[in-house]
Design a binder for this molecule. Structure first.
Ligand code: ADP
Ligand code: MG
Length: 734
C-alpha cells in the first residue's frame, strides 16, 4: 500500500474504533483516517495548571473559578442510590490533603475505572461541597501509571475539546475516548501525511509544515504552537481560495474574443459638451481606467464602486457611448423594473440633448421589462436582434435565452452586489466576450473585494459631486413624531419634498396593502392633511409605481409614503427629507441606501430615523466607538448600534465595515453564490491581514506560472484537482 492509500483507508483500522464506531464516524462524514486527522477540536482548555489539593482548596474558597488539575491517589469509592438516581463518589488524597469526585451518569462504567491505590490526574472546575470538601463533578481524568513513557492525554497540557455529535455518543464515544482515538491516529498515521503547500510558500510565510500543524492543532505543547497551527490552516485555505481567484481572473482575461475599441470618439466628445456639470476628478479617474480596458482586446471585468449619489450612471453612460460609437450594442441591467425605466427615461433625455449637438448618429434605446405589452416587447426583441437598438436597458430578463443581441460589446450591471460570480461568468459567454462593468453603491469591504470579487478589477469613485452637502441624520423616539410631521409641513412650504418610509410588517399581501393604506389614510386625515400625499408600495405594478414616481418628481406630491420599493437608485433631486419609521427593523446598508435617496440637489437634506423610545435611549449609550464593544455587547445592542452608526457616519465605506462586523461572517453577501469554497478556518473579518498576504502570494505565483507547470507548483495543482474540483469550473488548468 502506498502512503496515500493508507490514509484513505477506513477509520475502522484505528485502534479502539472497529466497525460499529466506524459506521458512526461515517455518519458524520468521517470516512477515512485522513478525515479523522482533520477533525479538529472546536476549542482547547489549558490544563497545564497542576495544583496540590490544599492550594486548590484555597483558590476555590477565594472565588477562583477556572480549571485546574490535581494528581491524587484513590483512597476509597462508594456508590449510592437516591430513588432512581445513582451517585458514585471517589475519594482521593495527595501529599497536601484530600478531595473527591462525583458522577451521576455512566456510574456502571466509572465504578470499574477507579480502584483503591490507583493514581489519577483529575481536571476540571471544582467546587466546595455542602460538607466543605473540594469536589469535582464529572471531571476529566488520566490514569497515571508507573510507566513513565505513557503520555497523559487529559492532564498537564492544553487539552482539545471536540464536538461530539449524538451519532458518536451512541457508540459510547465521549471526550475521553475521542481524544484517545484521535491520538492513536496522530501517533500511527501522521507520518504518512503529505505536504499540501509548496516548500517556498511555507518558508516565505513562516508556516508550520502540515504534520506539525495537524499535531499541534490537536495536541499543542504550548499556546503559541496552537496559534501557529491554526494560522497555517487559515493561510492555506485563503491561499487556495486566492489561487482559484487568480486563475479565474487570468482565464477571463485570456479568453478568446474580446475587442479593442477606439475611445476618443466624436460622440463622446459631443456628449460631454451637453452635460450641465463637470465630471468630478474621481469620475474622470475611473473613466480613464474603463477606457484603458476598452482599448485593449481582452475583455474588461471591472467593479465600479461609488457611494450612493457619487455619479456612477454618467460614467456608465459614457462607456456605453464609446461602445456604441464603435458599432457595438451596450446593455444596462438594473435590479428593478422601476429603476430600469428611470434609467431609460434619463438616458433618452440625455440622448435628445446629444442629438441637438451631434445630428449624425442617433443613439437608439430599447427598454425590456416585464409587464410590457407583448407587441412592444416583440418589437424591442426584434430591434435588438437586428441591431436597431444601440443601448438596451432592462432587468435581469435581459439575459434570458430569448434575447438575442446582434453585437453586444458592453454589459453594465447596476446596483447589483448580489449578482454572483457564476451569473457573471454566464455573461462572459453572451455575445463575443463583452466588456463587463458591475456597479455597486453598497460599498464592498476590502476583504470581500479580495475574495468574492477578487476576479474583478476595481475602480472607486471616492468623491461626491461638489454641490453636495452631507445629509443630516437624526435619531428620535416615536413620541417625537408630531414634531417631525410639523417639520415636514414647514419644510414643504420652502419647496422641500419628503419621503416617509415604513417597514414591511405583514406577511400576507392583503394585510401589507391594508397596513400601507391605513397609514397613508391616517397621515392624510391628521398630521399632513394640508399637504399633497402620494403612496407607493410593493403590490403596485411597475407602471403604477413609475406613474406615482413621475408625479412626485413633477412635484404633484409634497410627500411620498413608501415601502422600501424606493430603496435602490431612485433619483428625485428635490426630495430632501426622508423619515424612516421603525428604523430599527432595517439593515444598515438598507438604511444607508434609503438615506441616499435625499440630498441629491444642492440643499441641506435630512434623514430622520424614528424608533421606539427605548431603543433611541439605548442607542445613545451605544454611542461609543464600536472597537471598544465586546462581541456580547455588540450582539445585544445591534439595532441601537446600527442607528447610532447612521447618525455618526455618512461615509458608505465606514457603514459597510460596521455592517460586516454586525452581521458576522455567517451572512456575507455573495459568498454563498460566489462559486468559491466556504471557509472552515478563516474568518473574513478578523483575518484580513492573512487574506492580503495569501492574495499577494497566490497572484504572484499564478502570474509567474499561470498553468501551474513548474515542478515546485505540482503540489498546488494536485491539491486543486483533489480537493477543489467543483471550484475549478472557471479556472483553466489542464
Ligand atoms: P449613483 O452613483 O448613486 O448611481 P447617480 O449616477 O444617480 O448616482 O447620480 C446622482 C445624481 O448626481 C444625478 O442626479 C446625477 O445627474 C448627478 N451628478 C452626477 N455626476 C455629477 C457631477 N459631476 N456633478 C454634479 N452632479 C452630478
Ligand atoms: Mg445609480
Amino acid at each position: 500500500m502506498s502512503k496515500e492509500d493508507t490514509l484513505n483507508s477506513s477509520v475502522q483500522y484505528i485502534k479502539s474504533v472497529g466497525p460499529k464506531r466506524a459506521e458512526a464516524f461515517n455518519k458524520i462524514g468521517i470516512k477515512t483516517i485522513r478525515d479523522l486527522l482533520f477533525y479538529f477540536p472546536s476549542r482547547h482548555v489549558d490544563r497545564t495548571n497542576i495544583l496540590t489539593a490544599l492550594k486548590a482548596y484555597g483558590y476555590v474558597l477565594n472565588g477562583y473559578d477556572g480549571e485546574f488539575t490535581i494528581i491524587g491517589q484513590v483512597t476509597d469509592k462508594d456508590s449510592r442510590r437516591f430513588g432512581r438516581r445513582e451517585i458514585f463518589k471517589v475519594n482521593f488524597r495527595d501529599q497536601s490533603g484530600f478531595f473527591e469526585c462525583v458522577w451521576f451518569q455512566g456510574v456502571k462504567f466509572f465504578i470499574n475505572v477507579f480502584n483503591r491505590g490507583d493514581i489519577f490526574a483529575i481536571s476540571g472546575k471544582p467546587t466546595v461541597s455542602k460538607y466543605g470538601n473540594l469536589q469535582f463533578a464529572h471531571p476529566e481524568f488520566d490514569r497515571i501509571s508507573e510507566d513513565e513513557s505513557q503520555s497523559f492525554l487529559n492532564t498537564g497540557k492544553i487539552i482539545p475539546i471536540y464536538r461530539i455529535p449524538k451519532e458518536l455518543r451512541t457508540t459510547n464515544i465521549g471526550d475521553f475516548s475521542l481524544r484517545r482515538i484521535i491520538n492513536n491516529a496522530v501517533e500511527n498515521y501522521l507520518d504518512k501525511l503529505e505536504e499540501t503547500l509548496p516548500n517556498h510558500i511555507i518558508k516565505d510565510n513562516e508556516l508550520q509544515n502540515i504534520k506539525d500543524a495537524v499535531r499541534n492543532y490537536h495536541f499543542p505543547n504550548s499556546k503559541e504552537n496552537l496559534i501557529e497551527a491554526k494560522r497555517r490552516f487559515i493561510f492555506e485555505e485563503l491561499f487556495f481560495l486566492e489561487i482559484l481567484v487568480a486563475l479565474r481572473k487570468k482565464n477571463i482575461k485570456s479568453k478568446l474574443g474580446g475587442h479593442s475599441l477606439k475611445i476618443n470618439t466624436s460622440l463622446v466628445k459631443d456628449f460631454l459638451k451637453t452635460l450641465p456639470f463637470e465630471l468630478t476628478k474621481a469620475q474622470l479617474k475611473v473613466l480613464s481606467e474603463i477606457k484603458n480596458d476598452m482599448m485593449v482586446e481582452s475583455p474588461m471585468n471591472r467593479l465600479l464602486q461609488g457611494d450612493v449619489g457619487s455619479g456612477k450612471t454618467i460614467v456608465a453612460l459614457i462607456a456605453m457611448l464609446i461602445a456604441v460609437d464603435n458599432g457595438f450594442q451596450a446593455a444596462l441591467m438594473a435590479p428593478t423594473e422601476i429603476l430600469a425605466d428611470q434609467h431609460a427615461k434619463n438616458i433618452s433625455n440625455y440622448m435628445k440633448l446629444l442629438k441637438q449637438v451631434n445630428s449624425q448618429k442617433e443613439v437608439k434605446i430599447s427598454l425590456l421589462i416585464g409587464g410590457q405589452k407583448k407587441s412592444l416587447r416583440d418589437k424591442n426583441l426584434e430591434d435588438i436582434e437586428l441591431k436597431e437598438s444601440d443601448i438596451i436597458i432592462g432587468t435581469h430578463a435581459l439575459f434570458e435565452e430569448k434575447v438575442k443581441f446582434s453585437k453586444l460589446g458592453l454589459v453594465i450591471i447596476d446596483e447589483q452586489h448580489r449578482f454572483g460570480v457564476l451569473q457573471r461568468s454566464r455573461l462572459h459567454e453572451k455575445g463575443n466576450a463583452p466588456d463587463i462593468i458591475v456597479m455597486s453603491a453598497t460599498p464592498i469591504p476590502r476583504t470581500l473585494t479580495m475574495t468574492v470579487y477578487g476576479d474583478l478589477d476595481l475602480s472607486i469613485i471616492d468623491e461626491m459631486p461638489l454641490n453636495r452637502k452631507p445629509v443630516k441624520t437624526i435619531l428620535r423616539g416615536e413620541e417625537k413624531l408630531p414634531d417631525i410631521f410639523k417639520f415636514i409641513r414647514d419644510k414643504s412650504e420652502e419647496g422641500l419634498q419628503s419621503f416617509i418610509v415604513y417597514p414591511l410588517v405583514e406577511e400576507s399581501e392583503k394585510l401589507e396593502l391594508k397596513a400601507a393604506l391605513t397609514y397613508y389614510e391616517m397621515l392624510k386625515a391628521t398630521y399632513l392633511k394640508d399637504l399633497k400625499v402620494g403612496l407607493v408600495h410593493g403590490r403596485m405594478s411597475w407602471n403604477e409605481k413609475e406613474e406615482t414616481m413621475q408625479l412626485f418628481r413633477k412635484k404633484e406630491f409634497d410627500v411620498l409614503v413608501a415601502t422600501t420599493v424606493i430603496e435602490v437608485g431612485i433619483d428625485i433631486p428635490d426630495a430632501n427629507i426622508i423619515l424612516i419609521n421603525d428604523a430599527h427593523r432595517f439593515g444598515l446598508s438598507q438604511l444607508h441606501q434609503l438615506r441616499g435617496r435625499v440630498g441629491r440637489g444642492g440643499k441641506q437634506a435630512y434623514c430622520i430615523l424614528v424608533t421606539s423610545e427605548d431603543i433611541a435611549k439605548r442607542s445613545e449609550k451605544a454611542n461609543k466607538n464600536l472597537e471598544f464593544l465586546s462581541p456580547a455587547e455588540i450582539e445585544k445592542h445591534k439595532a441601537a448600534i446600527r442607528l447610532q452608526s447612521m447618525v455618526k457616519y455618512n461615509d458608505g465605506f465606514k457603514i459597510a465595515e460596521i455592517d460586516l462586523k454586525l452581521r458576522g461572517p455567517g451572512d456575507i453577501f455573495g459568498l454563498k453564490q460566489s462559486g468559491f469554497p466556504e471557509f472552515k478556518h478563516a474568518d473574513i473579518i478578523t483575518d484580513s491581514k492573512l487574506i492580503l498576504q495569501a492574495k499577494e502570494e497566490a497572484f504572484k505565483l499564478i502570474g509567474d506560472d499561470p498553468e501551474l507547470k513548474l515542478p515546485s507548483n505540482q503540489t498546488i495543482k494536485k491539491n486543486l484537482l483533489d480537493y477543489y474540483p467543483d471550484n475549478l469550473k472557471y479556472a483553466n488548468i489542464a
